[in-house]
Design a protein. Structure first.
Lengths: 401, 222
Protein backbone atom coordinates (compact mmCIF):
# COMPACT_ATOMS: atom_id res chain seq x y z
CA UNK A 1 0.00 0.00 0.00
CA UNK A 2 1.53 3.29 -0.98
CA UNK A 3 1.35 6.42 1.09
CA UNK A 4 -1.38 8.11 -0.92
CA UNK A 5 -3.87 5.24 -0.83
CA UNK A 6 -3.09 4.68 2.86
CA UNK A 7 -3.76 8.33 3.64
CA UNK A 8 -6.93 8.37 1.55
CA UNK A 9 -8.17 5.20 3.19
CA UNK A 10 -7.54 6.48 6.69
CA UNK A 11 -9.16 9.83 5.84
CA UNK A 12 -12.29 8.06 4.63
CA UNK A 13 -12.33 5.79 7.69
CA UNK A 14 -11.97 8.89 9.83
CA UNK A 15 -14.97 10.49 8.09
CA UNK A 16 -17.11 7.40 8.57
CA UNK A 17 -16.31 7.45 12.28
CA UNK A 18 -17.25 11.14 12.53
CA UNK A 19 -20.23 11.26 10.19
CA UNK A 20 -21.91 14.22 11.85
CA UNK A 21 -18.83 16.36 11.95
CA UNK A 22 -17.86 15.43 8.41
CA UNK A 23 -21.30 16.35 7.11
CA UNK A 24 -21.39 19.67 8.95
CA UNK A 25 -17.88 20.54 7.80
CA UNK A 26 -18.69 19.91 4.17
CA UNK A 27 -22.20 21.41 4.40
CA UNK A 28 -20.97 24.73 3.03
CA UNK A 29 -19.62 22.98 -0.06
CA UNK A 30 -22.79 20.89 -0.32
CA UNK A 31 -24.94 24.04 -0.42
CA UNK A 32 -22.53 25.87 -2.72
CA UNK A 33 -22.32 23.07 -5.28
CA UNK A 34 -26.05 22.45 -5.00
CA UNK A 35 -26.97 26.05 -5.77
CA UNK A 36 -24.44 26.44 -8.58
CA UNK A 37 -25.49 23.20 -10.27
CA UNK A 38 -29.22 23.96 -9.88
CA UNK A 39 -28.82 27.46 -11.31
CA UNK A 40 -26.84 26.14 -14.27
CA UNK A 41 -29.52 23.49 -14.78
CA UNK A 42 -32.17 26.22 -14.77
CA UNK A 43 -30.18 28.28 -17.26
CA UNK A 44 -29.83 25.29 -19.58
CA UNK A 45 -33.51 24.51 -19.20
CA UNK A 46 -34.49 28.08 -19.95
CA UNK A 47 -32.36 28.11 -23.07
CA UNK A 48 -33.90 24.84 -24.23
CA UNK A 49 -37.37 26.19 -23.50
CA UNK A 50 -36.79 29.38 -25.49
CA UNK A 51 -35.27 27.41 -28.35
CA UNK A 52 -38.25 25.08 -28.47
CA UNK A 53 -40.61 28.04 -28.49
CA UNK A 54 -38.82 29.59 -31.42
CA UNK A 55 -38.69 26.29 -33.26
CA UNK A 56 -42.47 26.02 -32.98
CA UNK A 57 -42.94 29.48 -34.48
CA UNK A 58 -41.83 28.42 -37.93
CA UNK A 59 -38.74 29.31 -39.88
CA UNK A 60 -37.63 31.74 -42.60
CA UNK A 61 -39.45 34.58 -40.86
CA UNK A 62 -38.08 38.10 -41.06
CA UNK A 63 -39.58 40.70 -38.77
CA UNK A 64 -39.58 44.39 -39.62
CA UNK A 65 -40.17 46.47 -36.49
CA UNK A 66 -39.87 50.18 -35.73
CA UNK A 67 -36.71 51.47 -34.02
CA UNK A 68 -33.40 49.82 -33.29
CA UNK A 69 -34.29 46.97 -31.01
CA UNK A 70 -31.14 44.94 -31.36
CA UNK A 71 -27.72 46.37 -31.01
CA UNK A 72 -24.54 44.26 -31.01
CA UNK A 73 -26.22 41.07 -29.94
CA UNK A 74 -28.39 42.42 -27.13
CA UNK A 75 -31.51 44.48 -26.81
CA UNK A 76 -30.85 48.18 -27.19
CA UNK A 77 -31.76 50.31 -24.20
CA UNK A 78 -32.78 53.18 -26.44
CA UNK A 79 -34.79 50.84 -28.64
CA UNK A 80 -38.42 51.30 -29.57
CA UNK A 81 -38.14 55.02 -28.91
CA UNK A 82 -38.92 56.01 -32.48
CA UNK A 83 -42.53 56.58 -33.19
CA UNK A 84 -42.72 55.47 -36.81
CA UNK A 85 -45.41 52.92 -37.54
CA UNK A 86 -45.88 51.03 -40.76
CA UNK A 87 -48.88 51.22 -43.08
CA UNK A 88 -50.22 49.43 -46.11
CA UNK A 89 -47.80 51.16 -48.48
CA UNK A 90 -44.96 49.28 -46.76
CA UNK A 91 -46.74 45.98 -47.23
CA UNK A 92 -47.18 46.61 -50.93
CA UNK A 93 -43.57 47.62 -51.27
CA UNK A 94 -42.29 44.52 -49.45
CA UNK A 95 -44.50 42.25 -51.51
CA UNK A 96 -42.48 43.33 -54.54
CA UNK A 97 -39.26 42.07 -52.88
CA UNK A 98 -38.06 39.12 -54.94
CA UNK A 99 -37.20 36.76 -52.12
CA UNK A 100 -40.46 37.32 -50.21
CA UNK A 101 -42.94 34.47 -50.32
CA UNK A 102 -45.59 36.51 -48.53
CA UNK A 103 -45.79 39.61 -46.38
CA UNK A 104 -48.16 40.03 -43.48
CA UNK A 105 -48.90 43.03 -41.28
CA UNK A 106 -49.22 42.63 -37.54
CA UNK A 107 -51.53 44.65 -35.33
CA UNK A 108 -51.34 43.70 -31.72
CA UNK A 109 -52.98 45.02 -28.57
CA UNK A 110 -53.74 43.95 -25.03
CA UNK A 111 -57.49 43.53 -24.69
CA UNK A 112 -60.17 42.24 -22.39
CA UNK A 113 -62.50 39.63 -23.84
CA UNK A 114 -65.91 39.11 -22.37
CA UNK A 115 -68.59 36.50 -22.79
CA UNK A 116 -71.72 36.95 -20.71
CA UNK A 117 -70.41 37.80 -17.23
CA UNK A 118 -66.91 36.37 -17.62
CA UNK A 119 -63.98 38.50 -18.73
CA UNK A 120 -60.42 37.46 -19.54
CA UNK A 121 -57.31 39.44 -20.43
CA UNK A 122 -55.86 38.44 -23.80
CA UNK A 123 -53.66 39.63 -26.64
CA UNK A 124 -55.21 40.59 -29.92
CA UNK A 125 -53.18 39.57 -32.95
CA UNK A 126 -54.61 40.86 -36.21
CA UNK A 127 -53.17 40.04 -39.60
CA UNK A 128 -53.93 38.41 -42.94
CA UNK A 129 -54.85 34.76 -43.38
CA UNK A 130 -51.19 33.96 -44.00
CA UNK A 131 -50.47 34.44 -40.29
CA UNK A 132 -51.55 30.85 -39.67
CA UNK A 133 -49.08 29.60 -42.24
CA UNK A 134 -46.27 31.81 -40.95
CA UNK A 135 -46.66 30.86 -37.31
CA UNK A 136 -47.49 27.20 -37.90
CA UNK A 137 -50.93 27.54 -36.35
CA UNK A 138 -53.60 24.94 -36.99
CA UNK A 139 -57.24 24.87 -35.96
CA UNK A 140 -58.12 22.17 -33.49
CA UNK A 141 -61.85 22.82 -33.77
CA UNK A 142 -63.70 24.85 -36.39
CA UNK A 143 -61.60 26.69 -38.95
CA UNK A 144 -59.34 29.65 -39.50
CA UNK A 145 -60.22 32.91 -41.25
CA UNK A 146 -59.50 33.20 -44.96
CA UNK A 147 -58.47 35.86 -47.47
CA UNK A 148 -62.14 36.30 -48.19
CA UNK A 149 -62.80 37.13 -44.52
CA UNK A 150 -60.01 39.70 -44.65
CA UNK A 151 -61.45 41.33 -47.75
CA UNK A 152 -65.01 41.33 -46.33
CA UNK A 153 -63.90 42.51 -42.90
CA UNK A 154 -65.80 39.57 -41.35
CA UNK A 155 -66.42 40.03 -37.64
CA UNK A 156 -64.91 36.70 -36.69
CA UNK A 157 -62.09 35.57 -34.44
CA UNK A 158 -59.89 32.49 -34.08
CA UNK A 159 -58.90 31.98 -30.46
CA UNK A 160 -56.22 30.18 -28.49
CA UNK A 161 -57.25 27.04 -26.54
CA UNK A 162 -56.60 28.60 -23.10
CA UNK A 163 -58.99 31.48 -23.73
CA UNK A 164 -61.53 29.00 -25.08
CA UNK A 165 -61.34 26.87 -21.94
CA UNK A 166 -61.46 29.90 -19.63
CA UNK A 167 -64.51 31.40 -21.29
CA UNK A 168 -66.45 28.33 -22.40
CA UNK A 169 -65.23 25.43 -20.25
CA UNK A 170 -63.80 23.44 -23.16
CA UNK A 171 -62.38 24.11 -26.62
CA UNK A 172 -65.21 22.49 -28.50
CA UNK A 173 -67.95 24.59 -26.89
CA UNK A 174 -66.48 27.86 -28.14
CA UNK A 175 -67.18 27.29 -31.84
CA UNK A 176 -69.89 29.55 -33.23
CA UNK A 177 -70.25 31.49 -29.95
CA UNK A 178 -69.90 35.24 -29.72
CA UNK A 179 -67.32 37.16 -27.71
CA UNK A 180 -67.18 40.85 -26.96
CA UNK A 181 -64.12 43.05 -27.19
CA UNK A 182 -64.67 46.73 -26.32
CA UNK A 183 -68.42 46.36 -26.97
CA UNK A 184 -67.76 44.92 -30.45
CA UNK A 185 -69.11 41.41 -31.02
CA UNK A 186 -67.17 38.71 -32.89
CA UNK A 187 -68.13 35.18 -33.81
CA UNK A 188 -65.65 32.45 -32.95
CA UNK A 189 -64.65 30.69 -36.14
CA UNK A 190 -62.10 28.26 -34.69
CA UNK A 191 -59.96 27.22 -31.74
CA UNK A 192 -56.27 26.62 -32.33
CA UNK A 193 -54.06 23.74 -31.26
CA UNK A 194 -52.08 24.37 -28.08
CA UNK A 195 -48.59 25.79 -28.59
CA UNK A 196 -47.42 26.00 -24.99
CA UNK A 197 -45.50 28.98 -23.73
CA UNK A 198 -46.18 31.75 -21.32
CA UNK A 199 -45.53 31.66 -17.62
CA UNK A 200 -41.92 32.78 -17.86
CA UNK A 201 -42.42 36.30 -19.14
CA UNK A 202 -42.78 35.15 -22.72
CA UNK A 203 -45.98 35.53 -24.69
CA UNK A 204 -48.66 33.00 -23.88
CA UNK A 205 -49.50 32.02 -27.43
CA UNK A 206 -52.47 29.96 -26.31
CA UNK A 207 -54.20 33.08 -25.00
CA UNK A 208 -53.96 34.99 -28.28
CA UNK A 209 -57.00 36.04 -30.27
CA UNK A 210 -56.51 36.23 -34.02
CA UNK A 211 -58.66 38.18 -36.42
CA UNK A 212 -58.39 39.81 -39.86
CA UNK A 213 -56.47 43.08 -39.66
CA UNK A 214 -59.22 44.73 -41.62
CA UNK A 215 -61.74 43.75 -38.96
CA UNK A 216 -59.40 44.95 -36.21
CA UNK A 217 -59.39 48.45 -37.71
CA UNK A 218 -62.15 49.26 -35.23
CA UNK A 219 -59.45 49.16 -32.56
CA UNK A 220 -56.84 50.64 -34.87
CA UNK A 221 -58.47 53.58 -36.67
CA UNK A 222 -55.24 55.01 -38.13
CA UNK A 223 -54.60 51.69 -39.94
CA UNK A 224 -51.00 51.50 -38.84
CA UNK A 225 -49.13 48.28 -38.18
CA UNK A 226 -47.00 47.43 -35.20
CA UNK A 227 -44.75 45.10 -37.21
CA UNK A 228 -44.46 43.34 -40.55
CA UNK A 229 -43.51 39.71 -40.99
CA UNK A 230 -41.88 38.66 -44.25
CA UNK A 231 -41.67 34.98 -44.99
CA UNK A 232 -38.75 34.40 -47.33
CA UNK A 233 -38.78 31.76 -50.02
CA UNK A 234 -37.26 28.60 -48.63
CA UNK A 235 -34.55 28.34 -51.33
CA UNK A 236 -33.26 31.84 -50.57
CA UNK A 237 -30.57 32.60 -48.04
CA UNK A 238 -32.10 34.44 -45.09
CA UNK A 239 -29.32 37.07 -45.09
CA UNK A 240 -29.99 37.88 -48.76
CA UNK A 241 -33.68 38.19 -48.04
CA UNK A 242 -33.01 40.46 -45.06
CA UNK A 243 -30.80 42.68 -47.20
CA UNK A 244 -33.49 43.00 -49.86
CA UNK A 245 -36.13 43.82 -47.25
CA UNK A 246 -33.85 46.43 -45.76
CA UNK A 247 -33.13 48.02 -49.14
CA UNK A 248 -36.84 48.24 -49.84
CA UNK A 249 -37.56 49.84 -46.45
CA UNK A 250 -34.69 52.34 -46.83
CA UNK A 251 -36.49 53.94 -49.75
CA UNK A 252 -38.97 55.38 -47.30
CA UNK A 253 -37.33 55.36 -43.86
CA UNK A 254 -33.99 56.25 -42.34
CA UNK A 255 -31.74 53.41 -41.25
CA UNK A 256 -32.28 54.12 -37.54
CA UNK A 257 -36.05 54.11 -37.85
CA UNK A 258 -36.56 50.37 -38.24
CA UNK A 259 -34.93 46.99 -37.68
CA UNK A 260 -34.94 43.89 -39.83
CA UNK A 261 -34.37 40.81 -37.67
CA UNK A 262 -34.68 37.10 -38.06
CA UNK A 263 -35.41 34.36 -35.53
CA UNK A 264 -31.77 33.48 -35.00
CA UNK A 265 -30.87 37.06 -34.12
CA UNK A 266 -33.78 37.41 -31.76
CA UNK A 267 -32.96 34.08 -30.18
CA UNK A 268 -29.31 35.11 -29.84
CA UNK A 269 -30.30 38.35 -28.14
CA UNK A 270 -32.64 36.63 -25.69
CA UNK A 271 -30.05 33.97 -24.98
CA UNK A 272 -27.39 36.56 -24.33
CA UNK A 273 -29.62 38.32 -21.80
CA UNK A 274 -30.47 35.10 -19.99
CA UNK A 275 -26.83 34.10 -20.27
CA UNK A 276 -25.71 37.25 -18.44
CA UNK A 277 -28.46 36.84 -15.84
CA UNK A 278 -27.51 33.22 -15.29
CA UNK A 279 -23.81 34.04 -15.00
CA UNK A 280 -24.56 36.66 -12.35
CA UNK A 281 -26.71 34.23 -10.38
CA UNK A 282 -24.09 31.48 -10.61
CA UNK A 283 -21.42 33.94 -9.48
CA UNK A 284 -23.51 34.85 -6.44
CA UNK A 285 -23.98 31.17 -5.66
CA UNK A 286 -20.24 30.66 -6.01
CA UNK A 287 -19.74 32.96 -3.02
CA UNK A 288 -21.24 30.24 -0.85
CA UNK A 289 -18.57 27.87 -2.20
CA UNK A 290 -15.90 30.24 -0.88
CA UNK A 291 -17.69 30.39 2.49
CA UNK A 292 -17.80 26.59 2.46
CA UNK A 293 -14.07 26.52 1.76
CA UNK A 294 -13.42 28.78 4.73
CA UNK A 295 -15.46 26.36 6.87
CA UNK A 296 -13.21 23.53 5.77
CA UNK A 297 -10.09 25.58 6.44
CA UNK A 298 -11.36 26.34 9.92
CA UNK A 299 -11.97 22.67 10.75
CA UNK A 300 -8.64 21.66 9.23
CA UNK A 301 -6.85 24.11 11.55
CA UNK A 302 -8.70 22.57 14.51
CA UNK A 303 -7.80 19.09 13.25
CA UNK A 304 -4.12 19.99 12.98
CA UNK A 305 -4.10 21.35 16.53
CA UNK A 306 -5.89 18.25 17.83
CA UNK A 307 -3.43 15.96 16.11
CA UNK A 308 -0.08 17.57 16.83
CA UNK A 309 0.94 14.48 18.82
CA UNK A 310 0.01 12.20 15.92
CA UNK A 311 2.05 14.39 13.58
CA UNK A 312 5.01 14.06 15.97
CA UNK A 313 4.66 10.26 16.08
CA UNK A 314 4.54 10.06 12.30
CA UNK A 315 7.59 12.30 12.02
CA UNK A 316 9.48 10.11 14.51
CA UNK A 317 8.64 7.09 12.37
CA UNK A 318 10.10 8.66 9.25
CA UNK A 319 7.37 10.87 7.74
CA UNK A 320 8.78 13.78 5.77
CA UNK A 321 7.25 17.26 5.82
CA UNK A 322 5.85 16.49 2.36
CA UNK A 323 4.16 13.34 3.73
CA UNK A 324 2.38 15.34 6.44
CA UNK A 325 1.46 18.05 3.93
CA UNK A 326 0.00 15.41 1.62
CA UNK A 327 -1.93 13.76 4.44
CA UNK A 328 -3.74 16.95 5.45
CA UNK A 329 -4.26 18.08 1.87
CA UNK A 330 -5.80 14.72 0.99
CA UNK A 331 -8.12 15.10 3.96
CA UNK A 332 -9.29 18.58 3.03
CA UNK A 333 -9.72 17.68 -0.64
CA UNK A 334 -11.58 14.50 0.32
CA UNK A 335 -13.87 16.54 2.60
CA UNK A 336 -14.53 19.08 -0.07
CA UNK A 337 -15.05 16.57 -2.89
CA UNK A 338 -17.36 14.60 -0.61
CA UNK A 339 -19.34 17.82 -0.13
CA UNK A 340 -19.30 18.36 -3.88
CA UNK A 341 -20.64 14.86 -4.52
CA UNK A 342 -23.40 15.29 -1.94
CA UNK A 343 -24.32 18.66 -3.44
CA UNK A 344 -24.43 17.08 -6.88
CA UNK A 345 -26.61 14.25 -5.54
CA UNK A 346 -29.10 16.67 -3.99
CA UNK A 347 -29.06 18.75 -7.17
CA UNK A 348 -29.92 15.65 -9.22
CA UNK A 349 -32.86 14.92 -6.92
CA UNK A 350 -34.17 18.48 -7.10
CA UNK A 351 -33.75 18.72 -10.87
CA UNK A 352 -35.50 15.36 -11.20
CA UNK A 353 -38.58 16.84 -9.51
CA UNK A 354 -38.35 20.17 -11.33
CA UNK A 355 -38.39 18.34 -14.65
CA UNK A 356 -42.08 17.64 -14.10
CA UNK A 357 -42.86 21.21 -15.05
CA UNK A 358 -39.68 22.75 -16.44
CA UNK A 359 -37.04 21.29 -18.78
CA UNK A 360 -34.07 21.96 -16.42
CA UNK A 361 -31.23 19.48 -16.80
CA UNK A 362 -27.72 18.80 -15.51
CA UNK A 363 -25.10 18.40 -18.23
CA UNK A 364 -21.69 16.78 -18.03
CA UNK A 365 -20.02 20.19 -17.83
CA UNK A 366 -21.77 20.99 -14.52
CA UNK A 367 -20.66 17.67 -13.06
CA UNK A 368 -17.06 18.29 -14.09
CA UNK A 369 -17.31 21.89 -12.86
CA UNK A 370 -18.76 20.87 -9.48
CA UNK A 371 -16.09 18.26 -8.83
CA UNK A 372 -13.28 20.41 -10.24
CA UNK A 373 -14.26 23.45 -8.21
CA UNK A 374 -14.66 21.46 -5.00
CA UNK A 375 -11.22 19.85 -5.43
CA UNK A 376 -9.67 23.25 -6.06
CA UNK A 377 -11.38 24.61 -2.94
CA UNK A 378 -10.07 21.64 -0.95
CA UNK A 379 -6.53 22.38 -2.11
CA UNK A 380 -6.68 26.17 -1.73
CA UNK A 381 -8.27 26.16 1.73
CA UNK A 382 -6.46 23.02 2.89
CA UNK A 383 -2.97 24.15 2.02
CA UNK A 384 -2.54 26.61 4.92
CA UNK A 385 -3.55 24.18 7.69
CA UNK A 386 -1.54 21.42 5.99
CA UNK A 387 1.53 23.66 5.82
CA UNK A 388 1.13 24.46 9.49
CA UNK A 389 1.07 20.73 10.26
CA UNK A 390 4.02 19.93 8.03
CA UNK A 391 6.22 22.69 9.42
CA UNK A 392 5.88 21.63 13.06
CA UNK A 393 9.23 20.51 14.42
CA UNK A 394 9.18 16.76 15.14
CA UNK A 395 10.43 17.18 18.69
CA UNK A 396 7.90 19.89 19.62
CA UNK A 397 5.11 17.86 18.09
CA UNK A 398 5.92 14.60 19.86
CA UNK A 399 6.44 16.31 23.22
CA UNK A 400 3.05 18.04 23.08
CA UNK A 401 0.21 16.57 25.08
CA UNK B 1 28.07 3.03 15.36
CA UNK B 2 26.99 6.30 16.92
CA UNK B 3 29.43 8.94 17.99
CA UNK B 4 28.62 12.29 19.61
CA UNK B 5 31.42 14.87 19.61
CA UNK B 6 31.28 17.99 21.82
CA UNK B 7 27.51 18.06 21.64
CA UNK B 8 25.79 21.00 23.31
CA UNK B 9 22.11 21.79 23.48
CA UNK B 10 20.78 24.98 24.99
CA UNK B 11 17.43 26.72 25.01
CA UNK B 12 16.88 30.45 25.11
CA UNK B 13 14.22 30.68 27.81
CA UNK B 14 13.85 34.46 27.64
CA UNK B 15 16.03 37.44 26.78
CA UNK B 16 18.44 36.84 29.65
CA UNK B 17 18.32 33.20 30.65
CA UNK B 18 19.82 30.39 28.61
CA UNK B 19 19.12 26.87 29.81
CA UNK B 20 21.88 24.41 29.06
CA UNK B 21 20.36 20.97 28.58
CA UNK B 22 23.47 19.18 27.35
CA UNK B 23 26.96 20.34 28.14
CA UNK B 24 29.78 19.12 25.94
CA UNK B 25 28.71 15.51 25.53
CA UNK B 26 31.20 13.04 24.08
CA UNK B 27 29.84 9.57 23.67
CA UNK B 28 30.23 6.51 21.51
CA UNK B 29 27.88 3.56 21.28
CA UNK B 30 29.12 0.43 19.54
CA UNK B 31 27.17 -2.02 17.44
CA UNK B 32 25.55 -4.74 19.56
CA UNK B 33 25.75 -2.91 22.87
CA UNK B 34 22.94 -2.84 25.40
CA UNK B 35 23.29 0.53 27.04
CA UNK B 36 21.28 2.51 29.56
CA UNK B 37 21.33 6.25 29.92
CA UNK B 38 20.39 6.94 33.51
CA UNK B 39 19.77 10.16 35.34
CA UNK B 40 17.17 11.98 37.41
CA UNK B 41 14.43 13.97 35.70
CA UNK B 42 15.72 17.20 34.25
CA UNK B 43 19.20 15.75 33.86
CA UNK B 44 19.06 16.02 30.07
CA UNK B 45 18.72 12.32 29.36
CA UNK B 46 15.60 12.78 27.25
CA UNK B 47 17.24 15.56 25.25
CA UNK B 48 20.21 13.27 24.70
CA UNK B 49 17.92 10.50 23.51
CA UNK B 50 16.12 12.85 21.12
CA UNK B 51 19.44 13.95 19.66
CA UNK B 52 20.67 10.37 19.26
CA UNK B 53 17.31 9.51 17.66
CA UNK B 54 17.65 12.48 15.25
CA UNK B 55 14.37 13.98 16.45
CA UNK B 56 16.20 17.05 17.74
CA UNK B 57 19.33 18.78 16.60
CA UNK B 58 22.22 19.94 18.81
CA UNK B 59 23.05 23.62 19.19
CA UNK B 60 26.65 22.72 18.46
CA UNK B 61 28.77 19.60 18.06
CA UNK B 62 28.91 16.72 15.64
CA UNK B 63 26.97 13.46 15.37
CA UNK B 64 28.33 10.53 13.41
CA UNK B 65 26.28 7.54 12.40
CA UNK B 66 28.37 4.72 10.95
CA UNK B 67 31.19 7.29 10.62
CA UNK B 68 29.03 9.66 8.61
CA UNK B 69 28.44 13.19 9.91
CA UNK B 70 24.68 13.66 10.12
CA UNK B 71 24.68 17.12 11.76
CA UNK B 72 24.28 18.88 8.44
CA UNK B 73 21.62 16.65 6.89
CA UNK B 74 18.39 18.22 5.69
CA UNK B 75 14.94 17.32 6.95
CA UNK B 76 14.23 14.68 4.28
CA UNK B 77 17.54 12.89 4.93
CA UNK B 78 16.95 12.97 8.69
CA UNK B 79 13.42 11.61 8.15
CA UNK B 80 14.82 8.74 6.09
CA UNK B 81 17.33 7.89 8.85
CA UNK B 82 14.59 7.97 11.50
CA UNK B 83 12.62 5.68 9.23
CA UNK B 84 15.29 3.04 8.62
CA UNK B 85 18.10 3.43 11.17
CA UNK B 86 16.25 3.98 14.47
CA UNK B 87 13.29 2.26 16.07
CA UNK B 88 11.64 4.28 18.82
CA UNK B 89 9.89 2.91 21.89
CA UNK B 90 8.26 5.58 24.04
CA UNK B 91 7.08 5.71 27.62
CA UNK B 92 3.59 6.79 26.42
CA UNK B 93 3.60 4.05 23.72
CA UNK B 94 2.63 6.75 21.18
CA UNK B 95 0.36 4.55 19.14
CA UNK B 96 -2.22 6.27 16.92
CA UNK B 97 -5.57 5.42 18.48
CA UNK B 98 -7.70 5.66 15.38
CA UNK B 99 -5.54 3.12 13.53
CA UNK B 100 -5.68 -0.60 14.28
CA UNK B 101 -2.78 -2.46 15.86
CA UNK B 102 -1.74 -3.80 12.46
CA UNK B 103 -1.95 -0.36 10.82
CA UNK B 104 0.13 1.17 13.60
CA UNK B 105 2.88 -1.37 12.99
CA UNK B 106 2.75 -0.62 9.26
CA UNK B 107 3.18 3.18 9.59
CA UNK B 108 6.99 3.20 9.07
CA UNK B 109 6.61 1.11 5.90
CA UNK B 110 4.41 3.71 4.21
CA UNK B 111 6.99 6.45 4.73
CA UNK B 112 9.97 4.59 3.33
CA UNK B 113 11.28 5.75 -0.05
CA UNK B 114 13.33 2.66 -0.84
CA UNK B 115 11.81 -0.58 -2.04
CA UNK B 116 10.96 -2.89 0.83
CA UNK B 117 12.66 -6.27 0.74
CA UNK B 118 9.85 -7.88 2.71
CA UNK B 119 6.09 -8.02 2.59
CA UNK B 120 5.03 -5.50 5.24
CA UNK B 121 1.78 -7.18 6.28
CA UNK B 122 3.42 -10.60 6.48
CA UNK B 123 6.23 -9.21 8.62
CA UNK B 124 3.85 -7.28 10.87
CA UNK B 125 1.83 -10.47 11.44
CA UNK B 126 5.02 -12.38 12.19
CA UNK B 127 5.99 -9.80 14.83
CA UNK B 128 2.49 -9.84 16.33
CA UNK B 129 2.64 -13.61 16.59
CA UNK B 130 6.09 -13.50 18.12
CA UNK B 131 4.86 -11.07 20.79
CA UNK B 132 1.70 -13.09 21.44
CA UNK B 133 -0.63 -10.51 19.91
CA UNK B 134 -1.89 -12.42 16.88
CA UNK B 135 -5.53 -12.07 17.99
CA UNK B 136 -5.23 -8.31 18.44
CA UNK B 137 -4.45 -7.42 14.83
CA UNK B 138 -7.71 -5.55 14.25
CA UNK B 139 -8.01 -4.09 17.78
CA UNK B 140 -7.57 -0.43 18.44
CA UNK B 141 -4.75 0.56 20.82
CA UNK B 142 -7.04 1.96 23.53
CA UNK B 143 -8.82 -1.41 23.74
CA UNK B 144 -5.75 -3.41 24.76
CA UNK B 145 -3.62 -3.36 27.94
CA UNK B 146 -0.58 -1.15 28.50
CA UNK B 147 1.81 -4.10 28.23
CA UNK B 148 0.20 -5.13 24.95
CA UNK B 149 0.39 -1.56 23.65
CA UNK B 150 4.09 -1.41 24.44
CA UNK B 151 4.66 -4.69 22.61
CA UNK B 152 2.81 -3.26 19.60
CA UNK B 153 5.11 -0.23 19.85
CA UNK B 154 8.17 -2.53 19.88
CA UNK B 155 6.80 -4.40 16.86
CA UNK B 156 6.41 -1.05 15.11
CA UNK B 157 10.00 -0.15 16.05
CA UNK B 158 11.22 -3.43 14.56
CA UNK B 159 9.27 -3.50 11.28
CA UNK B 160 11.98 -1.69 9.29
CA UNK B 161 14.75 -3.82 10.90
CA UNK B 162 16.58 -0.80 12.39
CA UNK B 163 20.16 -0.93 13.59
CA UNK B 164 19.27 0.80 16.84
CA UNK B 165 16.38 0.50 19.29
CA UNK B 166 15.90 3.67 21.35
CA UNK B 167 13.62 3.12 24.31
CA UNK B 168 12.60 6.12 26.43
CA UNK B 169 11.41 4.88 29.86
CA UNK B 170 9.77 1.88 28.17
CA UNK B 171 8.42 0.53 31.45
CA UNK B 172 7.50 3.89 32.97
CA UNK B 173 3.78 3.56 32.32
CA UNK B 174 3.50 -0.15 33.10
CA UNK B 175 2.94 -2.24 36.21
CA UNK B 176 5.90 -4.23 37.48
CA UNK B 177 4.93 -7.48 35.78
CA UNK B 178 4.33 -5.95 32.34
CA UNK B 179 7.40 -3.79 32.79
CA UNK B 180 9.68 -6.73 33.39
CA UNK B 181 8.17 -8.57 30.41
CA UNK B 182 8.98 -5.62 28.17
CA UNK B 183 12.49 -5.47 29.57
CA UNK B 184 12.87 -9.19 28.93
CA UNK B 185 11.73 -8.68 25.37
CA UNK B 186 14.35 -5.97 24.79
CA UNK B 187 17.02 -8.26 26.22
CA UNK B 188 15.92 -11.05 23.89
CA UNK B 189 16.22 -8.74 20.89
CA UNK B 190 19.72 -7.87 22.00
CA UNK B 191 20.81 -11.42 22.69
CA UNK B 192 19.09 -13.29 19.88
CA UNK B 193 19.37 -10.72 17.12
CA UNK B 194 22.44 -8.76 18.20
CA UNK B 195 20.29 -5.60 18.17
CA UNK B 196 21.86 -2.42 19.54
CA UNK B 197 19.58 -1.18 22.33
CA UNK B 198 19.69 2.08 24.28
CA UNK B 199 17.32 2.47 27.22
CA UNK B 200 16.75 5.85 28.83
CA UNK B 201 15.63 5.46 32.44
CA UNK B 202 15.69 6.99 35.89
CA UNK B 203 15.42 3.54 37.50
CA UNK B 204 18.76 2.10 38.75
CA UNK B 205 17.24 -1.43 38.81
CA UNK B 206 16.63 -1.29 35.09
CA UNK B 207 20.01 0.27 34.40
CA UNK B 208 21.58 -2.56 36.39
CA UNK B 209 20.37 -5.12 33.86
CA UNK B 210 22.26 -3.46 30.99
CA UNK B 211 25.84 -4.09 29.90
CA UNK B 212 26.78 -0.47 30.00
CA UNK B 213 25.57 2.48 32.05
CA UNK B 214 25.92 6.11 31.04
CA UNK B 215 25.07 8.40 33.94
CA UNK B 216 24.00 11.91 33.15
CA UNK B 217 23.42 14.78 35.57
CA UNK B 218 22.84 18.48 34.86
CA UNK B 219 23.57 17.89 31.19
CA UNK B 220 26.94 16.31 31.78
CA UNK B 221 28.09 12.70 31.56
CA UNK B 222 29.41 11.68 34.99
Amino acid sequence: MNHFTFVLKSAIEDFSRNKGRTFLTSLGIVIGVLSVVILIAFGLGLRKYINDQFQSLGSNLIRVVPGQILRSGGFSSTGSMTTIRFDFRDILKLERVKSAEFVIPIVTRSITVSMGKGTEPATLYASTADIFLALNLKAQHGGIFTKNDVDKRSKIAVIGPKIAVKLFGNEDAAIGKNIKIDSQTFKIEGVLEAKGGGGFGGPDLDSFIYMPHTTAQVFNPDKKFYAIIVKSKSDINIETAKQEVKTAMLKRYKEDDFSVIDQAELLGAIESIFGVMNTVLVAIAAVSLVVGGIGIMNIMYVTVTERIKEIGIRRALGARTSDILLQFLVESVALSVLGGLMGLGFAYLIVFFIQNFFPAYIDLNSVVLALGVSSVIGIVFGVFPAKKAANLSPIDAIRSE
Amino acid sequence: MIKLQNVNKSYQLDDEVIFIALNNINLEIEQGEFTSIIGPSGSGKSTLMHIIGLLDQPTSGLIFINNKDVSKLNDNELSSLRNTFVGFVFQQFNLINKLTVLENILIPTIYTRSKLEFDPIEKARYLLKRFGLETKEKSFPNKISGGQQQRVAIARALIMTPQLILADEPTGNLDTKSGSEILKLLHELHEQEKMTVVIVTHDPNIAATTNRKIEIKDGKIQ
